[in-house]
Design a protein around this ligand. Structure first.
Ligand code: FPP
Length: 240
């Protein structure tokens, strides 16, 4: 599909939902859906990079996902290795930079180490930023920011009156994305229409696109369709 580069979003956020249902429909174990979902990520990342999108944030593991069966959590924690073992050379070849949001420190060592290696190896790349949300929750992120700001006030490093929206944004995990911190477009697959504790502050003015397909079935053409829909929306930011 031919898309007008001028109407593309800078930052796309995706809730990759429906892996379990994709697998169930095929009488496969749920984890088969996650495995196929990784293949979808690879294709979508390449398409975003081709389109010169600045940031792609994907919701890979939420703070609530720890409540899933132990075996599934274990499988999900192995996915970064499965993904990067195969895909890191391709990310390098395409100049893609890996970052994370969420509490990576609490992840198992092998997952944490894999993430650190991917971040380290791609740190000088200047193309798409692939921002992976791992052990991420928006409530936790905002709580953390409030604590940091309160501590600064207590230590007399900050006046209450200088707390504004910019300062709050600077204490969120997306702060290093600067002008691209807030997604322009949020896509959720599988027909569900919820935010599920994902980037609540950052999505305040984003356009939402809900796609009925399960994540493993989502293709670069489906992404293009969402981008076309986005291009036809008129963002008003509360104004007329
Ligand atoms: C939602 O589907 C999906 C997830 C909770 C996990 C998504 C993770 C990946 C696709 C891979 C992550 C990859 C890297 C590189 C870290 P679901 O299981 O909630 O599906 P359901 O709603 O149909 O049960």
């Amino acid at each position: 599909m031919k898309l007008n580069p001028e109407t593309l979003p800078n930052h796309i956020a995706i809730i990759m939902d429906g892996n379990g249902r994709w697998a169930k429909k095929r009488y496969l174990p749920r984890v088969a859906g996650h495995k196929k979902g990784v293949e979808t990520i690879k294709e979508i990342v390449i398409r975003c990079n081709e389109l010169k999108i600045k940031v792609l944030t994907i919701y890979a593991f939420s703070t609530e996902n720890w409540g899933r069966p132990k075996e599934e959590v274990r499988y999900l924690m192995n996915l970064p290795k499965y993904f990067f073992d195969d895909y890191l050379p391709k990310l390098m070849e395409n100049n893609i930079k890996v970052q994370t949001i969420g509490n990576v420190e609490q992840l198992p060592d092998h997952t944490k180490n894999m993430m650190r290696e991917a971040i380290q190896k791609t740190k000088n790349n200047t193309g798409l930023i692939l921002n992976i949300s791992l052990n991420y929750g928006s409530h936790q992120e905002i709580t953390q920011a409030v604590k940091q700001i309160a501590q600064k006030v207590k230590d007399n490093q900050l006046e209450i009156d200088s707390i504004d929206e910019t300062l709050i944004s600077q204490h969120l995990e997306t702060a290093n994305l600067g002008e691209y911190a807030n997604p322009d477009l949020m896509i959720r697959t599988s027909g569900e229409q919820r935010l599920s504790n994902f980037l609540l502050w950052q999505l305040a003015y984003s356009e939402f696109c809900f796609c009925d397909k399960y994540w493993p079935d989502f293709t670069p053409d489906d992404l293009d369709l969402a981008l076309e829909e986005y291009a036809n929306r008129h963002r008003r930011y509360g104004k007329l």
